[in-house]
Design a protein around this ligand. Sequence first.
Ligand code: NAD
Length: 334
Amino acid sequence: MRVAMFSAKYYERMLLDELNARHRHEIVYFDAALEPGTAPLAAGFPAVSVFVNDVISGDVLKQLSAGGTGLVATRSTGFNHIDLRAAKEHGVTVVRVTDYSPNSVAEFAVGLLLALNRKIPRAYNRTRDGNFELGGLMGFDLAGRTVAVIGTGKIGRIFARIMAAFGCRLLGFDVHRSPEFEELGGRYGAAADIMAEADVISLHCPLTPETHYIVNARTLASLKRGALLINTSRGGLIDTEAAIEALKSGLLGGMAIDVYEQEAELFFKDLSSTVIPDDVIQRLVSIPNVILTGHQAFFTREAIGTILETTLVSISDFENNRPLVNEIHARSSI
Ligand code: NAD
């Protein structure tokens, strides 16, 4: 099947070419993201594949459908960038990668927490400059601390398991209770309540209208002073301006984020020779107790291999009218 692969990075192309030897799709790679302006490039391709910062709006889906595209395969778990109602309306099937190394993201969240709490990036920069002072590098023991896990799905549960091994007390918020989380000693409560009790808050729920700004001025105001916030899920879960105010007042003791609500214009690009026009991100990177990474939590060999293979299998299944195990329906709540 002819496949238009948008937002295709060189590290994906090499692996895709290798994996595709078995599927024999005719893949055309585009550096560009799929958005209204680039949708005409997909004309004549029955399948397109996209990534998290492509914009699969009603307008794009209308253009795709008119150009003969019947399948959108997102190389991600999250699908908040796809208008599922419009996809249904235009007869476009949408698939995602439901399952790929949740360890990749959970382990990265733990890495961010350790780096933030123990100030490892600051220490690294200091020693490279011959500065072996310890002032400003003090953290706290994680053992015995309370960790709030917002979203106890596949990633949240692995994160919780690792935190349990550190000796942390676990609190959780989810629309569905997980027996596995409870077996770890996790106790469920309302999002605002468990955030108020926690020393560490880690976000692992999808971005939906219900979870948008789940961390906001109100929830931040009731935090335990000095709590740490980790976000490896989606930028829109945090009201960034409110978080900056909480960092300035010291209510929030630090924030480590792999995702940012305005990341679509910035992430996955080298902008190091330009003046970045986003003042909020400029402020974020200037705050010493903020760590920002560019949506790399999923980026392990294991995860990329599974993401690409699952995408190719979905395209083959679509081509051969086989059931699509990773199809997303408009009524899906996540
Ligand atoms: P999952 O579906 O296994 O878990 C999500 C959990 O969130 C589920 O338990 C679900 O019940 C819960 N949930 C859904 N709606 C909710 C709501 N309104 N309030 C509270 N909880 C709700 O998904 P996962 O594989 O654990 O992934 C979680 C999220 O991580 C994804 O949605 C995605 O946004 C993000 N993610 C980020 C990266 C990265 O590289 N940074 C990579 C993969 C996934």
